[in-house]
Design a protein around this ligand. Structure first.
Ligand code: FES
Ligand code: FES
Length: 158
């Protein structure tokens, strides 16, 4: 049964009548039109549906919209600010860290969550933090380089 669900979506207070048991991924895509969050496996394996929930990168195919009531959800559409790309987005462009781009929103959201938790990761920590997001195109090496570059920029180049 539908009920009013309130949460923050990409920085804006959002209220909608929704069935709380609906999967967040499909609510984002179908109700809010935020199709940057991708459906890959629907089973929690691939990471293409990753969003930030209270700054934690989580797989939106495994979360219901009822579970995000009162929380902050950020999707790939909400990362850029005032028309300026987020450092992780910028680094992915600079390093050409994609091929078909299907995994890219999930990769960027996962990397952003990783850098919020650990602003200065080692290469090994980046690999460990990103390895559960799958890329069928084999862009992993460039993705690791992009995350390194973003980490420098997010620390002001220190
Ligand atoms: S679609 Fe959610 S993990 Fe694959
Ligand atoms: S760039 Fe194609 S799946 Fe990653």
């Amino acid at each position: 049964m539908e009920q009013k669900i309130t949460f923050q979506l990409n920085g804006k207070k959002t209220e909608a009548m929704l069935d709380p048991s609906q999967t967040l991924l499909w609510v984002l895509r179908d109700h809010f039109g935020l199709t940057g969050t991708k459906f890959g496996c629907g089973m929690g394996f691939c990471g293409s549906c990753t969003v930030l929930i209270d700054n934690e990168p989580l797989r939106s195919c495994q979360v219901t919209v009822g579970e995000v009531a009162g929380k902050k959800v950020v999707t790939i559409e909400g990362l850029a600010e005032k028309g300026k790309l987020h450092p992780v987005q910028k680094a992915f462009v600079e390093h050409d860290a994609l091929q078909c781009g299907f995994c890219t929103p999930g990769m960027i959201m996962n990397a952003t969550g990783l850098l919020l938790k650990n602003p200065n990761p080692t290469t090994e920590q980046i690999k460990a933090g990103m390895e559960d997001n799958l890329c069928r195109c084999g862009a992993h090496v460039r993705i690791v380089e992009a995350v390194k570059t973003a980490s420098k920029e997010m620390k002001g180049g220190k």
